[in-house]
Design a protein around this ligand. Structure first.
Ligand SMILES: Nc1nc2c(ncn2[C@@H]2O[C@H](COP(=O)(O)OP(=O)(O)O)[C@@H](O)[C@H]2O)c(=O)[nH]1
Ligand SMILES: [Mg+2]
Length: 172
């Protein structure tokens, strides 16, 4: 499987959830009223697009529909497609790993997907033949390091961890 096919396959669940529920929104309304936009925004959020992106996309659709005199939900579907594609153009996101060693610091509030993302990145880098070391700098909860250890096992990366409450700097 090629790189883009892999990404496509990986996104199958998201894509299916999105197209099923979005389809229902567009076919469930006969006109583009406030209720339609509310339902659309909620559907985008539930399909994992993020609150901010969902709100932005819905606002843009309102604007485009007004400017282009779009009245039918079916036409709006095409307009939304263009809006979402445009919003996906976020520039160069490539990881720059030219230095040896390269360090990726992952930070973020609880539950946003740091550990899962670390697992995914580690898997890709290991597959590229790189030597990957996960470092469990979050020593606040023992479970955080346990979870990272599971991902190290899955991805084939090495791991450095310490006991709960250890000085994160000492682990790093
Ligand atoms: N829907 C969805 N769930 C995710 C995604 N990434 C992580 N999760 C889930 O979100 C929850 C928190 O993820 P985790 O990686 O532990 O977040 P962390 O606290 O930032 O380390 C877990 O149940 C993950 O399975 C994602 O891209 N989409
Ligand atoms: Mg975590």
């Amino acid at each position: 499987m090629g790189f883009f096919d892999k990404i496509k396959a990986g996104l199958t669940k998201t894509r299916e959830a999105l197209s099923n529920t979005l389809g229902a929104v567009f076919s469930g309304f006969s006109k583009l009223d406030d209720e339609f936009y509310e339902e659309l925004e909620e559907t985008l959020i539930l399909a994992d697009l993020g609150v901010e992106t969902s709100m932005k996309a819905t606002e843009r659709l309102r604007k485009v529909a007004k400017e282009q005199h779009i009245k039918e939900p079916e036409e709006a579907r095409e307009a939304l497609k263009e809006i979402l594609v445009e919003m996906l153009q976020v520039g160069d996101l490539e990881l720059k790993l030219d230095t040896k060693p390269s360090v990726i610091l992952v930070i973020g509030v609880n539950g946003v997907g740091k550990t899962t993302t670390i697992g995914k990145i580690a898997t890709q880098l290991v597959r590229q033949g790189k030597k990957v070391l996960l470092v469990a700098g979050d020593t606040f909860r023992a479970a955080a390091a346990d979870q990272l250890e599971v991902w190290a096992g899955r991805s084939g990366a090495d791991i450095v961890r310490q006991h709960e409450g250890a000085d994160p700097a000492s682990v790093v």
